[in-house]
Design a protein around this ligand. Structure first.
Ligand code: ADP
Ligand code: MG
Length: 346
């Protein structure tokens, strides 16, 4: 298992804004790093550069300190799984998994007996030991992606690159595979870059999360870092649902319309600002108790909780409360912003 170093990588396709600009990232041996960002932020391009499928316009990629870009793709030792990894339809599961080994030059090719043992081990690893004789069309989507992973692992890759591997699967299967992949990673210890646009997936799966936006890295940190201490408004906004309120900062006070709603953090200057708060970081109390004067505007069931829209001044916040609490529309409430974050706007 190797360390991957990405140094000041840039990529321009020659059409306006570069797809990647000044990307630097150190991935430790056996680390599982998630690249998280909206569509078009450059995640796939970065992965393809590490794989050698794309040449960067600037910068370097090192595996264990050695220049990887000069190593031909086939010798780089990359296991790659794509969102829709088209398995070979006319090959059985076992043949698919064996493909990378069988297509090696004769001198490096294991014997047929060795290949069969290895395929059996890999199918056991991805919990498909009984499926070797099936064809891809006879598998569910989740099973197919497990086969794709077994195929990627067959060549004993130095680095595992996964590009939204669960993106096409339905939500419940995706959640199962997420846990499963983390356990698999903890056993095999491949240095892994995992691309996703799903923040929940990134937070649950990764040792560290790289939040990308528009071809740049917005923040790198542990799941707790990026969720609890987002460096920018973009990271906060991307990390989960939140209310985003346009405010004015005047003499250290955050004002929405004419209502003072919070004390400003020191680093935000007077002027227009953006206040972000997550629905579970707002609590509601009876009128007259500490908090801002608010009024319930709407509510709806939202999974295990009830989500309430409350108006404070002319700002609208969403708050999560227990579904057993009754909150009629028009009800006056005290609104407490337990953990809000203020960013300068513009
Ligand atoms: P993501 O995977 O985060 O959705 P991509 O890496 O696919 O983002 O794309 C980043 C940007 O680069 C996008 O604006 C995309 O249109 C552009 N891009 C990607 N591949 C090519 C290509 N082969 N030619 C031209 N532009 C490309
Ligand atoms: Mg992509």
């Amino acid at each position: 298992t190797v360390a991957v170093t990405i140094q000041e990588v840039g990529k321009s396709f020659g059409n306006g804004t570069p797809a990647l600009a000044d990307i630097s990232l150190d991935v430790a041996p056996s680390e599982l790093v998630a690249l998280l960002g909206p569509s078009g932020s450059g995640k796939t391009t970065l992965l393809r550069i590490v794989a050698g499928l794309e040449q960067p316009s600037a910068g370097r990629v090192l595996f264990d300190g050695e220049d990887a870009l000069s190593v031909p793709v086939r010798q780089r030792g990359i296991g790659f799984v794509f969102q829709n990894y088209a398995l070979f339809r006319h090959m059985t599961v076992a043949e698919n998994v064996a493909f990378g080994l069988r297509s090696r030059p004769r001198a490096q090719r294991p014997s047929e007996a060795e290949i069969r043992t290895r395929v059996a081990d890999l199918l056991a690893l991805v919990q498909l030991e009984a499926f070797g004789g099936r064809f891809p069309a006879q598998l569910s989507g989740g099973q197919r992606q497990r086969v794709a992973l077994a195929r990627a692992l067959a060549i004993e890759p130095r680095v595992l690159l996964l590009d939204e591997p669960f993106g096409a699967l339905d939500a419940l299967v995706r959640k199962e595979l997420r846990k499963w992949l983390r356990e698999l990673h903890d056993r095999t210890g491949h240095t892994t870059l995992f691309v996703t646009h799903d923040q929940e997936e990134a937070l649950e799966l990764a040792d560290r999360v790289v939040v990308m936006g528009k071809g740049r890295i917005e923040q790198v940190g542990t799941p707790d870092d990026v969720y609890d201490r987002p460096a920018t408004a973009a990271v906060f906004g991307f990390m989960g649902e939140s209310s985003r309120i346009e405010v004015d900062v005047k003499g250290g006070v955050v004002v929405a319309g004419s209502t003072a709603i919070a004390a400003a953090t020191a680093e935000v200057p007077d002027g227009p600002g953006l206040l972000y708060v997550r629905p579970h970081d707002i609590s509601l109390g009876l009128p007259g108790t500490p908090g801002l004067k608010g009024e319930v505007r709407a509510f709806r069931r939202h999974g295990a909780i009830r989500r309430v829209e409350v108006e404070v001044g002319n700002a609208l916040f969403e708050a999560d409360i227990a579904p057993t609490v009754r909150v009629p529309i028009g009800e006056k409430v005290a609104v407490r912003l337990d953990r809000a974050r203020l960013f300068a706007s513009g």
